[in-house]
Design a binder for this molecule. Structure first.
Ligand code: PEP
Ligand code: MN
Length: 286
């Protein structure tokens, strides 16, 4: 650990001793990252229709999710795959979140879209593929909105903290780090979810850390055990993909939970969180 903080160009603003207290990132609906309540971000991989996003928002809010996720601009490996509904999806997300008392997190892919996405979202997501897109980091750093900074596909902890440093230097202090797995030699899972990154980052940095077991494993049945492991390891939140009918999802169906699976998981997450003096958010009446 000292090895990382001793590097000549080490992250100066992200490091743990740059602040007297840990950063708590607060969203307008009261959702918080870094306090006693574990933030629950849930929703589909992609926004597909008003019905889909509203049904999902209702189902997850009922079980305590306080941040609605959903891709509007999708970073797809193939240019022929579904690219997202764009601006229309932003409006649908906002409406659905407002109806159920949730905040909105969604990815911004292009520096030219930062203003547009910031108009609808409460938190801007920088995806794994863009963690080192330095012009995007600079632009998002100046957007005046909290940021969910995902770990790059093959990023080291130091590279990731340096990406956060770009946002901090630009004047944005409201950063949440999201572990979502890294490339490994083994394709038995989509990625290798680095749970040790959670306590490691918390010792190196004052920034809150959440875990995305959906992209981290790529396999729906592995999402619940990894979500529980993340909370046990001290994660400040979870990001979970949920879809009304995963087999028909436009993207990431194999890793998406059904509403029933999400319900069951939330009860378990609360049990683990309480064992550590934390809890999941109180459900809104929906
Ligand atoms: C996502 O959360 O929708 C996503 C594309 O994730 P990642 O950038 O981690 O692959
Ligand atoms: Mn996805």
């Amino acid at each position: 650990m000292d090895r990382l903080t001793a590097l000549p160009h080490a992250y100066k603003l992200a490091r743990r001793d740059a602040r007297s207290t840990r950063t708590v990132v607060q969203l307008p609906n009261g959702a918080g990252f870094g306090g006693d309540v574990v933030a629950i971000c849930a929703g589909p991989c992609s926004v597909e229709s008003r019905e889909q996003i509203e049904a999902t928002a209702q189902a997850v809010a009922r079980r305590g999710a306080n941040v609605l996720r959903g891709g509007a601009f999708k970073p797809r490996t193939s240019p022929y795959a579904f690219q997202g509904m764009g601006r229309d999806a932003l409006k649908l997300l906002r409406d659905a979140a407002d109806r159920f008392g949730m905040a909105v997190v969604t990815e911004v892919l292009d520096p030219r879209d930062v203003e547009l996405v910031a108009k609808y979202a409460d938190m801007l997501q920088i995806g794994a593929r863009n963690m080192q897109n330095f012009s995007l980091l600079r632009e998002v750093g100046e957007a005046g909105k909290p940021v969910l900074l995902k770990r790059g596909l093959s990023a080291t902890i130091e590279e990731w903290l340096m990406a956060a440093e770009y946002l901090l230097v630009a004047g944005n202090n409201e950063i949440v780090l999201c572990e979502r797995g890294v490339r490994s030699f083994d394709n038995a899972t989509r990625n290798l979810l680095d749970i040790a990154a959670v306590p490691l980052l918390k010792s190196l940095s004052h920034l809150p850390v959440i875990v995305d077991p959906s992209h981290g494993t790529g396999v729906a049945k592995l999402v619940a055990p990894m979500a529980l492991a993340a909370v046990a390891a001290g994660a400040d939140g979870l990001l979970i993909e949920v879809h009304p009918d995963p087999p028909t999802a436009a993207s990431d169906g194999p890793q998406s939970l059904t509403f029933e699976q999400f319900d069951a998981l939330m009860g378990q997450v609360d049990t683990v969180a309480r064992a550590l003096g934390r809890r999941v958010p109180a459900a809104v009446a929906a």
